[in-house]
Ligand binder design. Structure first.
Ligand SMILES: [Ca+2]
Length: 324
């Protein structure tokens, strides 16, 4: 039976959210109940989600606009959201999303289908945290929450350069929400960036997508055209060494795990979301306001992805983007 899935996303800021929504829309293993938006301008993000679903021929999949303002911290919009996705003629006449807010949408579907609904979070976890505060019983009724977030085993390359950021993005975009979710009894799976930094789209896979006339592949190609400069801007903003920019499929992997955990090796761990003194090499300073995901020798509170079958996953992704 297909996995009932809700994708909660900050689509727009980071290219791969759109790819993740497209993968969910194109996977017969997934029964896509809806897409919810989070973080910053969620009107704009909802318009982008609507457009992406429509291109994939999934006009029936609803979009629910979520919470733009984090419980703590500030939302950052880079200004290129929607580039090469939205056109002037898109969605200005119609709202394109539900009146029901994202936390209510999450609660309703989870409570209506006990034990069946998976929620994948691809941005700040504000919507899930608020849904949990509104209705704590979702913890007993949701199948699982799979979160693209955190850093567990920082990658250091042969030159001694740290490839993983210390300023992890998604949890730190709303650290209070992240702590609520991590400390909750929601069943959780974490897909940290040190794993997703192992799955760049390969040049031959890019060529396969560029050569396809499939409408989804055409949309992906348009995004690929603006990807590198956006990537560089984001890396400079969040402190990742820019020599390690790449076509990383962070969010699509997280979606694929909803129906096939075998793409990754998983291990149960206790991950504590804490503020800890953090040296920022780039800025030559130490900060105390960064939420870290630190393993502790305590009873496991989530499953954590630790390795990934890179070629198998990126081939799977490429096939789905070209309609295979
Ligand atoms: Ca994202």
């Amino acid at each position: 039976m297909a996995t009932k899935l809700i994708v909660d996303t900050d689509i727009g800021t980071y290219y791969d959210d759109a790819f993740a929504v497209l993968l969910a829309a194109r996977s017969p293993e997934i029964d896509l109940l809806g897409v919810t938006t989070v973080y910053g301008d969620t009107d704009l993000r909802s318009r982008i989600a609507r457009k992406v679903l429509d291109v994939a021929g999934r006009q029936e999949v609803p979009v629910a606009r979520g919470i733009g303002r984090p419980i703590s911290g500030h939302a950052l919009m880079f200004g290129f959201e929607g580039q090469n996705i939205l056109e002037d003629s898109d969605g200005v006449q119609d709202q394109g999303w539900l009146d029901e807010p994202a936390p209510n949408f999450l609660i309703r579907h989870i409570m209506d289908h006990p034990g069946e609904v998976t929620v994948v979070t691809l941005g700040a976890v504000t919507n899930v945290a608020v849904a949990y505060l509104m209705e704590p019983r979702i913890a007993q009724h949701v199948k699982e929450v799979i979160m693209m977030a955190g850093v567990i085993v920082p990658i250091v390359d042969q030159k001694g350069v740290r490839r993983s950021p210390v300023e992890e993005y998604n949890f730190n975009n709303d650290p209070t929400a992240a702590q609520i979710v991590c400390r909750s009894d929601l069943p959780k799976t974490l897909v940290p960036i040190d794993v997703t930094l192992q799955i760049p789209l390969r040049p031959d896979q890019v060529e396969t997508i560029r050569a396809s006339s499939d409408p989804v592949a055409r949309l992906v190609t348009g995004i690929l055209d603006v990807w590198p400069p956006q990537e560089r801007q984001i890396y400079l903003s969040v402190g990742i060494p820019t020599e390690h920019t790449g076509l990383w499929l962070h969010d699509p992997l997280t979606v694929a795990l909803a129906h096939d955990k075998s793409f990754c090796e998983m291990t149960p761990l206790h991950i504590s979301a804490e503020f800890a003194p953090t040296p920022i090499e780039r800025d030559l300073l130490e900060r105390n306001d960064i939420l870290r995901t630190i393993p502790r020798k305590l009873e496991p509170n989530m499953d954590v992805a630790v390795t990934v079958e890179a070629d198998r996953f990126t081939d799977h992704f490429t096939d789905r983007m070209v309609g295979r």
